[in-house]
Write a protein that binds this ligand. Structure first.
Ligand SMILES: [Zn+2]
Ligand SMILES: [Zn+2]
Length: 290
């Protein structure tokens, strides 16, 4: 796949491959941070390890999204599989929230003082930094090549992780030289970052799960009203299905026209809506008006 046009399925497969490599690298980073955190007693480093656990879960969700939610509707899921993604995001956000709170509590109620660690600990954290920088660069290049939103979002996140790790290393090293509260402060900052990641995920998942509107009803009504033959728009509802939206509406047409003509009007409405919104499902109910 050098440069030229790639078909959709092949592209999805490549996106998934990049996500798997990213996920494996994150598992390695998680193990290294965990080893350093436990051996030095630094809550900031342990917090950063928790963060990496969230990253691994994030990669798993991204893989799942590309794999499952894009699969076509089937007998048991006639509306498609998009909500599997949303549900996975919700579970991930819940997990991160619990971990973030535990980290914050652990840092505040600490009894151990962080130590500078064995000679290997600091170089290991520099390896972690190096891995993160190269991952972000590599993933960003693939994101541009495959024009993938999910990859570019993840690459940006990995770059933000570099900054977090720098803060964590500084906090741990300074506190080991006689200022233990610096490690606590850095751990709380990381906990806050973990919680804000969770908050962002909840904000993505909950509106979809509770069927919040996807577009203002007025804009649907205006679009439908502009279609020739439409008399009135009685109801217009929308909900989000992840990346796409579903709309259902009730419109009235002249009672005298044929079923075929009424159907053509419904088709026109659907086409108009499709041109304006990222619609996956449109159900248009037509009623006669005398
Ligand atoms: Zn991260
Ligand atoms: Zn299914």
């Amino acid at each position: 796949m050098r440069g030229g046009q790639v078909d959709g399925e092949q592209r999805d497969r490549q996106v998934r491959r990049v996500i798997i490599i990213e996920g494996l690298a994150n598992v390695a980073v998680l193990a290294l941070k965990l080893a350093v955190g436990i051996s030095t007693g630094s809550f900031a480093v342990l917090g950063d390890a928790i963060h990496s656990l969230g990253d691994v879960a994030n990669n798993a969700v991204a893989w799942f999204v590309v794999r499952v939610s894009a699969s076509p509707p089937d007998r048991h899921h006639p509306y498609g599989h998009r909500k599997f993604e949303t549900l996975a995001v919700f579970v991930l956000a819940t997990l991160l929230t619990v971990l973030g709170i535990e980290l914050a509590l652990g840092a505040v109620r600490r009894e151990v003082q962080p130590t500078a660690g064995d000679r290997w600990a600091l170089p290991v954290m520099f390896v972690v930094l190096l891995v993160n920088v190269s991952l972000a660069t590599w993933e960003g290049a693939w994101a541009r090549r495959l024009k993938s939103d999910i990859l570019s979002a993840d690459a940006r996140h990995t770059l933000a992780d570099v900054l977090t790790t720098v803060v964590v290393i500084v906090g741990w090293q300074v506190s080991a030289r006689g200022y233990p509260w610096i490690d606590t402060a850095c751990a709380l900052a990381v906990a806050l970052f973990v919680l804000s990641l969770a908050f962002g995920l909840f904000r993505r998942a909950i509106p979809v799960l509770v069927d919040r509107i996807a577009v203002e009803p007025e804009s649907i009504i205006d679009a439908a009203r502009a279609v020739p033959g439409v008399r009135r728009v009685k109801t217009a509802r929308s909900r989000s299905k992840g990346a796409s939206i579903a709309i259902d509406m009730v419109v009235t047409v002249d009672a005298g026209i044929s079923t075929a003509a009424a159907h053509a009007i419904a088709d026109d409405i659907e086409e108009t809506l499709r041109a304006r919104f990222a619609i996956e499902d449109a159900t248009i109910h037509v009623e006669p008006e005398l």
